[in-house]
Write a protein that binds this ligand. Sequence first.
Ligand SMILES: Nc1ncnc2c1ncn2[C@@H]1O[C@H](COP(=O)(O)OS(=O)(=O)O)[C@@H](OP(=O)(O)O)[C@H]1O
Length: 368
Amino acid sequence: MGCWTTSFNFGHLKAHSKVSFYFTMILIFTYLFYCLTGYCDSMPSPLYVHQSFKTKLYSLEGKKLQPDAHLNISIDREVPASDPKDLEDETLQRGLDYNTYNNLSVSNNFGTKEFPQTIIIGVKKGGTRALLEFLRVHPDVRAVGAEPHFFDRLYENGLQWYRNLMPRTLEGQITIEKTPSYFITHEAPHRVFSMSRATKLIVVVRDPVTRAVSDYTQTLTKNPSLPTFQNLVFKNSSTGLIDTSWSAVRIGIYAKHLENWLRYFPLSQFLFVSGEKLVTDPAGEMGRVQDFLGLKRVVTNKHFYFNQTKGFPCLKKPEGSNRPRCLGKSKGRPHPHIPSEVLHRLREFYKPFNLKFYQMTGQDFGWD
Ligand SMILES: Nc1ncnc2c1ncn2[C@@H]1O[C@H](COP(=O)(O)OS(=O)(=O)O)[C@@H](OP(=O)(O)O)[C@H]1O
């Protein structure tokens, strides 16, 4: 600093002017230092286009995008891993607000933002949050905490926007996101394929009858004046005709939705995780998942404990914390009582679809 002072004549300045001059200089140097080390990334700036961009970018129509394509997003920040208060933060299910991300996010400049190589595409209420949180314990996995809903609701925001939501990864780390509604979205397979035909797809499936009740329970929590399950499940209660237009029923016809995905992706790119086993044997199911992703089996039995109060396996040390943690209140809710004859009728309805699904996947999930 001495050489700086020699080039200025401070004689006429009062002491406090000197102090503010030095203070300003310190601020400028600090700012320059942080910029040089990359932390200016957290300041508003044009979207960062990675030189090491490995995946080709395609527009909605499947045309390749130019790296200098006009970008509307002006801020490049990392999406928060998850709401620290509640592992099952579903804020984005109600519509993704980029600014919400923006305000909460923490940025660092290590690694690059890549498109997810793996997506947990379904199914709603299958146990997708549990799987994502268990996977995040793995040091080679980086995941978006909330559900991006890109391939169903927000596709028009463009692939650059989507990639910008991703956490930064280092060499050897994989990027994952989960949005369970992709599985039942007609356009999703083609859109994911357009991003990368090599995407690995994970589907957490659960007995469609229990899944439907779980789905109903969630809606009931939000709207206590909802008609009863039996009122909604039948088109005609006297004939026992099931109402397949009710989403709680439709989502469980897994074979039908899978058919749509198989038009674009070979079976070898799917992993079907049993939602039931994820509860009874989380480490066993996580072993399969890690193998499928080509990851070392790091997440094992020692990462889980069974929480008697919750009635579910919980993590001894979730990502970014040393304290044991279970999923939030909305995961593992008690279900309302549904008359057994209603459940029986629904089970009969699903039987042929389940069998077809077992044939298609080569796995018997034991729901019948
Ligand atoms: N470890 C653990 N802790 C708590 N809950 C667990 C766990 N593993 C699986 N599950 C089951 O996950 C069900 C919720 O599924 P999703 O996370 O896929 O729901 S959502 O679609 O994201 O809303 C949720 O459904 P409900 O029991 O009906 O609430 C759980 O049964």
